[in-house]
Design a protein around this ligand. Structure first.
Ligand SMILES: *[C@@H]1O[C@H](CO)[C@@H](O)[C@H](O)[C@H]1NC(C)=O
Ligand SMILES: *[C@@H]1O[C@H](CO)[C@@H](O)[C@H](O)[C@H]1NC(C)=O
Ligand SMILES: *[C@@H]1O[C@H](CO)[C@@H](O)[C@H](O)[C@H]1NC(C)=O
Length: 980
């Protein structure tokens, strides 16, 4: 049948049907039991025709929709179930499509109206259920139906479903309205009724009717523009390839664009008209990235176009809708200049979404349990591809810093779950997009990218992408493709594990925690015993890819697996079987470049050999491993589980020569732990002196005169960690540097050069104020607007003061008897006490003194007891008697005055008293003597000890750009990352 005739017939039928309009408005009765939250599988959509009519240009948020869905009945059923949410006024028509119309002969109707249907809405599952009034199997297996659903909806204010936003047109000060969509993960159902599960792919033909002055863009190129009149246009788009509902997208706006075409793909950046030119950098990057990915995965980008749209309201930083990536304006349009860190981050964000065009869009997860197969791949390969395109940015270091670090540490403070875990409710689905899905998965994928040989891994995933393109996959499908590649490439002859790829991968995607591998060398019989355990007490085991660097064969560049440790607690193997040449005094390092996602611990002798190497020539060991060695030791120190502190100090000793920021980053965790533990002991000043020696060269090279005091910015670190270490141990140059900047800011409001380390600068710059500066600071604080970011900065920084008399004065000023300034309200003041206590070791004795003097006043605050109890947790053992007396005074006063506090005063003999100090006290019991002896040996005693009597604060929080967000003081105090 010729096309034109089909269309005429089609319209004839539709028009007839319009007159037979069926109002299916009667709501049926809801079943009392909840139906399952997953869609039943009896019916399946073949294609959607979606028409949405909007007057968003007038600020009208209501929209009309017509979702016409052709469906196939796979098993006879009496209901059609699909998703809908926040939509209303459903008018539903169901037609049976008569496939053998041709056979029946000319004139036979192709569509047959199915009458006596009704529908109901099940809000529990957000289901729209269409079923017959009379209970019978209305829909027969093998039949096809056309379900036409007319409905209305209201655009959301939040970036979910179809939502609206505004911007001010700078040219004529007009408020311009824009509509956009966010469908992932479960919001397509808020735009149109649909089978809103990722596995249910279909073709979508989208049509949008909108103001003639606006444009509409969607996943696909425009097929046709119909101008109904000067004010009304309908834009129709070409049908999509089979696609999941969560990728449906469109934007209705007055935006303008810039475009480039390369290899038959037109890419455009859309933005509000005045910002148009700012998209050039992003456009260039997108063109490079798409073609690089086509080559890398050996699969072409399948659509003709890819748009990048800058919105001032978006769900996250960006969303990967197929052919139409939406971004927060600020993440797309500022790649040209500004903070290097942010520019690189934005580039990675854009490339993350572009990688999704393959991982997620072309091959989609069978269900949200496999969200990591989208996000893990996009997260990891966005770095890989950015690194290939811009090697000078060294983004793999940035990966370690911003992705892996979080993945390594998340399980110390969050509930963990396996990468693959079943989710069902909408809330569960949304919460599946977490650190595990993005960062842990990225680390695990990175591990196997290296372990299986990078080329082999990539050929495995190319095979996977081409096998499952336009379709969906689960993890086993992926693992089997990797299995095929591993066997085909034959890189690992005669190794038993090569047949066990499924088992290997499952041990990582179904485990909750992360392994620690202990490497215990037996120096007599030339064997190595590997032990594995979870960082948690949970009993879990993994197939762990190991590789080895040794004195004789450093080979840090080869990162494939040399051996897979089987999933058992302990395994001993000979050097010969590992093909390792290792003499007794040689060092051995496992997990080259830390591509494996696990910690490694070594026996003491091996650590000593490593320390010797670091001291003679640290460059023999890869900088990533230098960083990893110390990182892995940190947790042992924290838990007092290290065998000897001597070897730790020997390892730290070489840092004097370390010019790479990566190891310094690990050390920036070690030093505060040791410093906190040693505070108040005879070793303390020697320790500070030792650290000053280590950090001086690095400090000078970053902040010294030679580079005019300009901070050498690298992508992953701003040098903040060096200031942290140097100022915390009172390196004079550092204190000077920060003091100058802090005073300029406080008294002349001169902004600090290095924006990212504002907060650190101010804290350290405030450590040692002279009397004048201190008085002046208090005066400023008295005179300024409390609700300003400036006042916040002042209050936040002054907690770092070291002088006892100044601190006491400051506390009196803030909350003492004669305080009239009310810089802080009562509640804030009470919170400030524990905040200061935790962040300033030197201030602790002052705080006790202050409480002792002012408890009668403080007790009037209903939250004082709560905060007093909190402080009591940090009470050192030797102050116990003092504490008991003070506590008794407070208790008596509270009783006498019958003051009501929200909390019960902590008991003197409560286990909580001093609980937070116990670890440090244990540490000292165990190691103080050893450390003292080592330091005596190391530190020349005659040297003038700078600031020997001064002590040290722990510095401010590591969170960047506090001013940027202008957080209120209290929030900062609550969230600051204080190392205690
Ligand atoms: C639908 O799901 C049921 C239960 O899981 C299964 O037994 C049946 O084979 C499925 N039917 C189709 C058509 O996929
Ligand atoms: C709804 O859309 C379908 C498919 O485009 C079309 O055939 C039908 O006429 C539309 N219905 C109305 C009432 O516009
Ligand atoms: C837009 O508003 C700004 C600031 O309110 C004003 O200076 C400017 O003249 C206005 N422009 C137009 C075209 O009205």
């Amino acid at each position: 049948m010729p096309e034109s005739r089909a269309i005429v017939l089609y319209w004839a039928v539709i028009l007839t049907l319009l007159t037979l309009w069926l109002e299916l408005g009667v709501a049926g009765t809801l079943p009392t039991h909840h139906r399952p939250l997953r869609l039943p599988n009896e019916t399946y959509p073949l294609s959607y025709q979606l028409h949405i009519n909007s007057s968003i240009h007038m600020g009208n948020f209501l929209f009309n929709g017509n979702a016409t869905i052709d469906i196939e009945i796979r098993q006879s059923t009496n209901e059609i179930v699909l998703h809908a949410k926040n939509l209303s006024d459903f008018r539903i028509t169901v037609l049976r499509l008569n496939d053998d119309a041709a056979a029946i002969g000319a004139g036979a109707a192709e569509f047959e109206l199915v009458d006596d249907l009704t529908h109901t809405f099940d809000s529990h599952g957000s289901f729209l259920v269409i079923y017959p009034f009379e209970n019978y199997q209305a829909f027969e297996a093998g039949q096809r139906y056309r379900v036409e659903i007319l409905y209305t909806g209201e655009m959301q204010k939040k970036a979910r479903g179809l939502y609206w936003m505004t911007y001010e047109n700078e040219l004529d000060n007009r408020t311009v309205y824009v509509a956009a969509t966010q469908s992932e993960p479960t919001y397509a159902r808020m735009i149109f009724p649909c089978y809103d599960e990722p596995a249910i792919k279909s073709n979508f033909s989208i049509r949008l009717t909108h103001s003639g002055n606006y444009i509409a863009i969607s996943n696909m190129p425009v097929k046709e523009l119909i101008r109904h009149n000067a004010d009304l246009t309908t834009t129709s788009f070409l049908p999509t390839p089979p696609m999941s509902t969560y990728l449906v997208a469109f934007v209705i706006s007055d935006f303008e664009h810039i475009s480039t075409s390369y290899r038959g793909i037109t890419q455009s950046v859309y933005s509000s008209p005045t910002l148009k030119e700012k998209g050039q950098y992003a456009l260039k990057n997108a063109v490079l990235t798409v073609s690089a990915l086509e080559d890398y995965f050996s699969i072409s980008y399948p659509l003709e176009k890819l748009d990048h749209v800058a919105l001032n309201k978006n769900f996250g930083a960006a969303m990967e809708n197929w052919g139409l990536i939406t971004y927060k304006e600020d993440n797309l349009l500022s790649q040209e200049k500004g903070d290097l860190f942010k520019r690189v981050k934005d580039k990675i964000t854009q490339n993350h979404e572009i990688v999704h065009q393959w991982f997620g869009n072309l091959v989609s997860p069978e269900w949200w349990s496999y969200a990591w197969m989208n996000e893990g791949f996009a997260s990891y390969f966005s770095y890989v591809i950015t690194d290939m395109l811009y090697p000078e940015l060294k983004v793999m270091d940035f990966f370690a810093d911003s992705e892996a670090d979080r993945a390594y540490s998340y399980n110390s403070f969050l509930d963990v779950r396996p990468m693959t875990s079943y989710v069902e409710t909408e809330a569960e689905i949304v919460s599946a997009f977490d650190i595990i899905t993005y960062k842990r998965a990225a680390c695990v994928i990175k591990m196997f990218h290296h372990a299986f040989h990078r080329k082999t891994f990539v050929s495995g995933i190319s095979g996977f992408l081409s096998k499952y393109q336009y379709s969906v996959a689960n993890e086993l499908n992926l693992f089997d493709c990797l299995q095929t590649a591993v066997l085909q490439d034959g890189q690992f002859p005669h190794q038993l594990w090569t047949h066990k790829v499924r088992e290997i991968m499952l041990s990582w995607t179904h485990s909750e925690w992360m392994p620690i591998v202990s490497v215990i060398r037996n120096y007599q019989n030339n064997t190595i015993t590997f032990r594995q355990r979870s960082i948690h007490s949970k009993s879990e085991h993994w197939w762990i890819p190991l590789n080895f660097a040794t004195t004789q064969q450093p080979s840090f560049e080869q990162t494939h697996a040399e051996y897979f440790m089987p999933p058992q607690t302990q395994h001993t193997i000979s050097l010969e079987d590992l093909k390792l040449q290792l003499n007794g005094s040689d060092w051995l390092i496992v997990n080259k470049q830390q591509t494996g996602f696990y910690h490694v611990h070594y026996d003491n002798e091996n650590l000593q050999a490593i320390a010797r190497q670091l001291q003679t020539d640290h460059t023999q060991i890869h900088p990533v491993n230098r960083a990893a060695l110390i990182q892995d030791i940190n947790s042992l120190i924290e838990h007092n589980a290290i065998e000897s502190m001597n070897v730790v100090l020997e390892m730290l000793k070489y840092m004097e020569f370390e010019q790479d920021l990566r190891p310094w980053k690990s050390v920036s965790d070690t030093i505060p732990i040791l410093q906190k533990n040693l505070f108040g002991t005879p070793s303390y000043t020697m320790f500070l002196q030792f650290v000053r020696r280590l950090v001086t060269p690095m400090f000078k090279s970053l902040f010294g005169e030679t580079n005019g005091g300009q901070v050498n910015e690298t992508v992953f670190e701003s040098g903040e960690i060096i200031i942290h270490i140097a100022c915390a141990v009172d390196l004079a140059e550092c204190l000077d540097y920060t003091h100058r900047q802090a005073m300029e800011y406080f008294f002349n409001k001169v902004h600090i050069d290095n924006y990212n380390i504002y907060d650190t600068m101010l804290c350290f710059g405030t450590k040692y104020l002279n009397d004048d500066e201190f008085e002046q600071a208090l005066k400023m604080l008295q005179s300024i607007e409390r609700e300003s970011a400036y006042a916040d900065d002042m209050l936040y920084s002054l907690r770092c003061i070291q002088s006892h008399s100044h601190l006491l004065h400051y506390l009196e000023f803030l909350m003492g008897e004669n305080s009239t300034h009310h810089a802080l309200n009562d509640n804030e003041a009470m919170m400030y006490l524990p905040f200061l206590y935790k962040s300033n070791l030197e201030g602790r004795s002052v705080i006790w003194q202050f409480i002792d003097r002012n408890y009668k006043l403080l007790c009037r605050s209903p939250t004082f007891v709560e905060h007093f109890n909190e402080i009591a947790e940090f009470l050192p053992q030797h102050q116990r008697a003092y504490f008991e007396t003070l506590r008794e005074k407070i208790a008596t006063h509270l009783r006498h005055e019958s003051l009501n506090s929200r909390d019960i005063l902590i008991n003197s003999n409560s286990n909580n008293v001093g609980k937070k100090m116990r670890n440090s006290e244990l540490f000292l019991e165990k190691f103080e003597h050893e450390i003292h002896k080592w330091l005596l040996n190391e530190i020349p005693q005659s040297e003038d000890v700078f600031a020997a009597s001064l002590s040290v604060s722990n510095g401010s929080s590591r969170s960047e750009g506090v001013l940027q967000t202008a957080n209120r003081l209290v929030q900062r105090a609550l969230h600051s990352n204080i190392l205690l």
